[in-house]
Design a protein around this ligand. Structure first.
Ligand SMILES: Cc1cc2nc3c(=O)[nH]c(=O)nc-3n(C[C@H](O)[C@H](O)[C@H](O)COP(=O)(O)OP(=O)(O)OC[C@H]3O[C@@H](n4cnc5c(N)ncnc54)[C@H](O)[C@@H]3O)c2cc1C
Length: 475
């Protein structure tokens, strides 16, 4: 972007912060005056099932913090409610912005939406400029020697890290935002719609973490204090050992560049592993961008026609956390109550649905999409396809987690299970992972009658594992 402008409009989407924001920094440095807006996109929010959707509350609260910060500077956020293809060009015209700046998104609908916004702006002599912001390397910036996108994570990660070093870490530099040119509130107020959740047709959802850019930064800062222990402790759901930053990364209330910058100051295995997880996030964004068929289909297309035998009853038992497999049930119940699930448990529950219950992974993917507070299409789809063995660099189909061994390994004392499946909490450690071995006396002592208070196992893991392998072999 070389032009300078009198006024630009910055359109926030998954970058709800006023610092280290590429589009905002660019706009501020190229124009005399800037205005900042957010559109509650009716093409998205009208499709949400739940009136108390936590994501809407998170966005609302994050915007409220930005609005308050802008008001302290005599400006305000402009918030609209509608179809961005109408709202953005209309707003740009109304406030006299010559250009609109926004940050890239890699999913199909946002790409189509942005193309339409661009077209409509150009029809009226305005411009849309877009910047890379939510990942460090995007699209085709990391390619293999044949000039193609990587389909295996480890070489991608190596190439990603090599590129970062070659460019002397320039991509991690902070995009400093100078807000001195922010337009005064008097010029913007009339263009904002009212945006209380009720005005949008929603109610408050329960949040288990604070929304907004200051909370995002605080969480990063707290996590950095324990990052060196991350590798050893991250797989234990009863420990608070992961960053909990996925929600902030999803909505951009933390800067991905700041996450990498700060992490790189540490020298430990914990840091290496955490950085690797952040690169997985970039890998899946790249996959979604380059292989958009993953939106509806298996990455490995030979697995599109698998015959999933699992029906409604199994799916319902999984959703409600009554499969008779304690770790799976604990994870699903905790998830239903909060919209949060630990990574180890996402893997266990997803693999259980696909390979023990033999239910089409896409049903589980959609269930997660409905409730996950950190729901991100690329990572959710990547994670599900990894577990279901249909994805890019996925688990081989014959590898099936044993949910009871996973439980013994990652929740050894049963602390997590006891918290979320209270009806079995009276069983001693030896039985908590598989209470079905309990005799009558043990059930009496634990005050839990199996088949009554807690369900018998819905399937036999070993039988199902064989069936899953046979299903894949048939293809
Ligand atoms: C079936 C399944 C579904 C998933 N759905 C989502 C989703 O919708 N949104 C989402 O952000 N993550 C998803 N993940 C990835 C991962 O489970 C979460 O990112 C992680 O649990 C979030 O916790 P954290 O922020 O404490 O992560 P940390 O362990 O602190 O990791 C740091 C960050 O790295 C990224 N990350 C970590 N693991 C992965 C991974 N496997 N794939 C991609 N990025 C990763 C996340 O942005 C995360 O915040 C899914 C994984 C699976 C197996």
């Amino acid at each position: 972007m070389s032009n300078n402008y009198e006024r630009t409009l910055v359109w926030l989407r998954r970058d709800l912060r006023l610092y280290d924001n590429r589009a905002l920094a660019e706009a501020a440095s190229r124009s005399e005056s800037i205005a900042i807006c957010f559109v509650f996109d009716t093409n998205i929010i009208d499709k949400l099932h739940d009136k108390d959707d936590r994501r809407l509350t998170f966005i609302h609260d994050s915007l409220a913090e930005l609005d308050a910060a802008l008001r302290k500077r005599g400006s305000q956020l402009i918030v609209r409610h509608g179809d961005p293809a109408d709202e953005i060009p209309a707003l740009a015209k109304a406030i006299g912005a010559e250009a609109v700046l926004t940050n890239h998104d890699y999913d199909r609908y946002p790409k189509e939406r942005d193309a339409e916004v661009r077209k409509r702006l150009e029809e009226e002599g305005r411009t849309l400029h877009t910047c890379k912001d939510q990942v460090v390397f995007e699209r085709d910036e990391i390619l293999n020697n044949a000039g193609e996108p990587y389909k295996v994570f480890t070489p991608y990660k190596k190439a990603w890290l090599a590129r970062l070093r070659e460019t002397d870490f320039a991509e991690l530099g902070e995009s400093k935002v100078d807000l001195s040119g922010i337009a005064p509130a008097e010029e913007l107020a009339a263009h904002s719609h009212s945006w209380q959740l009720e005005d949008l047709g929603f109610t408050r959802g329960n949040l288990w973490l604070k929304a907004g850019q200051s909370a995002g930064r605080e969480r990063l800062c707290d996590f950095l204090g324990t990052i060196d222990r991350y590798k050893d402790e991250r797989d234990f759901p009863a420990k608070d050992a992961t960053s909990g930053l996925s929600v902030h990364l999803r909505f951009g209330t933390v800067s991905i560049r700041e996450c990498f910058r700060e992490a790189m100051k540490h020298e430990s295995k914990g840091r290496e592993t955490w950085v690797s997880e952040l690169i997985w996030r970039e890998f899946y964004q790249m996959i979604l961008d380059r292989f958009p068929h993953v939106r509806d289909e298996a990455f490995k297309q030979e697995y599109n026609e698998l015959e999933w035998e699992g029906g409604e009853d199994r799916f319902a038992a999984w959703c409600e956390g009554r499969t008779g497999y304690p770790l799976v049930d604990a994870a699903m119940r905790h998830f239903n109550a909060t919209g949060w699930m630990h990574n180890r448990l996402r893997m266990v529950t997803a693999m259980f649905l696909a390979k023990d219950l033999l239910v089409d992974w896409r049903r589980g993917e959609r269930y997660f999409a409905r409730y996950l507070l950190d729901y991100d299409f690329a990572s959710n789809n990547g994670g599900w396809q990894w577990c279901a063995s249909t994805g890019v660099d996925a688990q081989p189909y014959f590898r099936v987690f044993n949910p009871v061994l996973q439980s013994k390994k990652f929740d050894p004392d049963g602390t997590y299970i006891r918290e979320h499946v209270p009806e079995i909490q009276g069983f001693e450690k030896a039985l908590i992972h598989w209470p079905h071995d309990a005799g009558e006396m043990e059930q009496e002592m634990a005050k839990c009658s199996l088949g009554k208070e807690y369900p018998h196992p819905i399937v036999d893991h070993f039988e199902q594992k064989e069936k899953a392998i046979a299903m894949f072999k048939r293809e």
